[in-house]
Design a binder for this molecule. Structure first.
Ligand code: FUB
Ligand code: ZN
Length: 649
């Protein structure tokens, strides 16, 4: 067993850290979703991972499955994958959060079996990767650019930390700490060490989690090494060029043509644009933000803040998804936000939640929390069906009726990613600092936090996001002075704050979109927040050609869409009237959220001719919108986010 100093030891000085998942008990809107993950999705993920052959690949005592090439036998699900360890890692992580919500001995036993297989697979020296140990032995650390070796390690580390927090069992954590120590012996600035880093960022943020869970600074140092080294040219040579030559390959023979694909084209501190593969990008920026927080390293901030602006001002879908192109699963050019062909991978929106939450490590700032909430409730959550068994990979904002969730995929990255995010949502609600607690998201919940040396229980009572009222009750173990920072969502045009019944002027206490309340807090103190939650019409910048003449509907954090099941066919024949109001309506099968109903027009052509000299006639009709993330949970049909709208005069 590895010896660790005490967890959260003082030398890991950071500003705001998220609470661990076990500190926040979540009910309300996310409660039933977590329950579904705990009781259904967690088992489904393990079932499907194992059915795909992952345990055969990992377990050294099972027959070696060997290299199975996708499509060779006409079935693209029959393939071994070099990133399978990551899918197992994420599935274990999701299941671990499920265990925190609801103990399940059978689920725990299944995880133990997988952990045991990894334990038996692990090399004497600590190395652990089922692909390079069983499928392609002899090729370790030869192709960091393409082969996910450190990415896999990162996801297994995250799974190990989650499982440790959920069960207190050390085995998986010890296995992964040993592997991290081995990685630290291979990679670094020392003589004979490799100055490489993964083509798919992930290990950086995972090492920070491992460092926080174990209290070991060396894991943070390794995370910082990988961040610092990315895109450098030691001795005038990019690491990926060098390793390609060492493999006997021409570095210019690269499918994605540019190292922008993996955000390793230039050193990270020099980067100013969001580029390349979307998930890689947001994972990298998450790691950079973590390193910046943990080391108090302000030199990463200009890059992080400018890249953030470039994403959110020019490249983000209204759903919080990003990366329009299937070719590179990522970015193309500014304002390129096609709707029907949007790739907007579920993992990218999940990763944006990770990144935004880590930007909050530097201090409460609504610019990040608002985007975190947008990505969470829309572009990410859409990836998981209400029954917890079906998953979206790509997320168009318009469909002619043929786009549906699938059961499994030969690249099953999204299902465990959205499941682990939702099941761990409690950690995204808060930030804890030395003398401040930040409330970033609202959801009915009870949190056991700590600040100013005092344990503080915070109870949130709310029907958010159905309604905009939230009541928070504080129970510090004894009276203590600290700051409570409450996010005032940017979408709300009117906010009321009452502390112990007394109304406060939000403008008098607001800083970067948070109400900062500093006082001697006593048990029973309560705060009531009222966020006006009108239905809002959002317009896209004129440079987004495809959205002109159209609006997206939003109420609170939820972006809405039209579905064929409510509105019939030809959703593009529907037009919203200017000024017409909306009423909320209960509709079955959309997770208890309100549908929005208004009066609009349906356009009808006079004849069946393709072109005529007269415009289609407009007939009044009812238009019903439902939250985007619940679409495709009922009957098949069209879907549309950007709705044609007659402009206000
Ligand atoms: O490569 C691993 C994962 O699979 C990526 O994060 C996703 O974009 C998908 O390509
Ligand atoms: Zn994915």
């Amino acid at each position: 067993m590895t010896n660790f100093s005490s967890a959260n030891s003082a030398h890991l000085a950071a500003k705001f850290r998220p609470p661990s998942v076990d500190q926040v008990r979540v009910g309300g809107f996310f409660g039933p979703r977590i329950e579904t993950i705990a009781t259904t999705t967690a088992h489904t993920l393990l079932d499907r991972c194992i059915a795909a052959g992952m345990l055969d690949q990992v377990d050294p005592d099972r027959p070696n499955p060997g290299l199975r090439i996708p499509f060779q036998n006409g079935n693209d699900t029959v393939s071994t994958q070099m990133f399978w360890d990551s899918d197992f890692g994420k599935s274990i992580e999701a299941a671990a959060y499920g265990l925190l919500h609801k103990p399940d001995a059978a689920l725990e036993a299944r995880i133990d079996e997988i952990v045991d297989a990894y334990g038996r697979l692990q090399d004497e020296n600590g190395y652990l990767n089922s692909w390079y140990q069983r499928i392609e032995p002899g090729k370790r650390w030869t192709n960091l650019r393409d082969c996910h070796e450190l990415y896999n390690a990162g996801h297994l580390m995250e799974g190990a930390v989650a499982y440790y927090h959920a069960t207190g069992k050390r085995r998986f954590l010890d296995i992964m700490a040993r592997y991290a120590d081995h990685i630290a012996s291979i990679f670094g600035p020392g003589d004979g060490q490799k100055r490489g880093y993964c083509g798919h960022p992930e290990i950086e943020l995972a090492l920070v989690k491992l460092g926080r869970a174990t209290g070991e600074r060396r894991y943070l140092d390794l995370a910082r090494f990988f961040v610092d080294e990315r895109g450098q040219r030691p001795n005038g040579q990019h690491y990926y060029d060098r390793e390609a030559r060492e493999r006997g390959r021409d570095p210019s023979d690269y499918h994605f043509a540019t190292y922008e694909y993996s955000q390793s084209h230039i050193p990270v501190r020099d980067q100013r644009h969001v580029v390349g593969h979307a998930v890689r990008a947001a994972y990298l920026y998450s790691g950079m933000a973590d390193v910046s927080t943990e080391f108090g390293d302000g030199s990463l901030k200009p890059a992080l803040e400018t890249i953030w602006g470039h994403l959110t001002d020019k490249n983000l879908y209204v759903t919080g998804g990003f990366g329009p192109s299937a070719h590179n699963e990522g970015l193309t050019f500014d304002y390129d936000l096609p709707n029907e062909t949007a790739y907007a991978e579920t993992c990218a929106a999940v990763a944006l939640v990770f990144w935004a939450s880590r930007m909050l490590g530097l201090g409460p700032d609504r610019a990040y929390a608002d985007v975190m909430e947008r990505a969470l409730y829309n572009g990410a959550l859409v990836g998981l069906s209400l029954d917890g068994t079906q998953f979206f990979y790509d997320n168009p904002l318009e469909s002619r009726g043929k786009h549906h969730r699938w059961t499994w995929h030969r690249c099953p990255c999204c299902p465990p990613n959205i499941a682990r995010l939702v099941a761990s949502i409690g950690t995204y609600l808060y930030g804890e600092a030395q003398d401040e607690i930040a409330v970033h998201l609202y959801c009915d919940s009870v949190a056991e936090l700590k600040t100013a040396g005092v344990a503080v229980r915070i109870r949130q009572e709310t029907a958010y996001p159905v309604e905009g009222s939230v009541r928070l009750t504080l129970e510090p173990e004894h009276a203590a002075e600290f700051t409570l920072s409450l996010r005032l969502p940017g979408w709300s045009p009117q906010v009321t704050i009452r502390v112990n019944g007394e109304v406060l002027d939000p403008a008098g206490v607001e800083e970067k979109g948070y109400a900062k309340l500093t006082r001697l807090w006593q048990a029973g103190d309560h705060i009531e927040l009222e966020f006006a939650m009108p239905v809002q019409r959002l317009y896209a910048n004129a440079k987004v050609g495809v959205d002109q003449g159209r609006v997206a509907l939003q109420r609170g954090p939820l972006v809405y869409c039209l579905e064929g099941v409510d509105n019939g066919e030809d959703l593009n024949a529907l037009v919203l009237q200017p000024q017409s109001g909306f009423r909320c309506e209960v509709v079955d099968g959309i997770g208890g959220l309100p549908a929005l109903v208004t009066t609009g027009w349906r356009e009808k052509s006079e004849s069946d001719h393709l072109y005529t000299l007269s415009a289609p006639q407009r007939v009044p009709t009812e238009i019903r919108a439902v939250p985007y993330h619940v679409w495709d949970n009922r009957d098949d049909g069209e879907m549309l986010v950007w709705i044609r709208a007659e402009a206000d005069q």
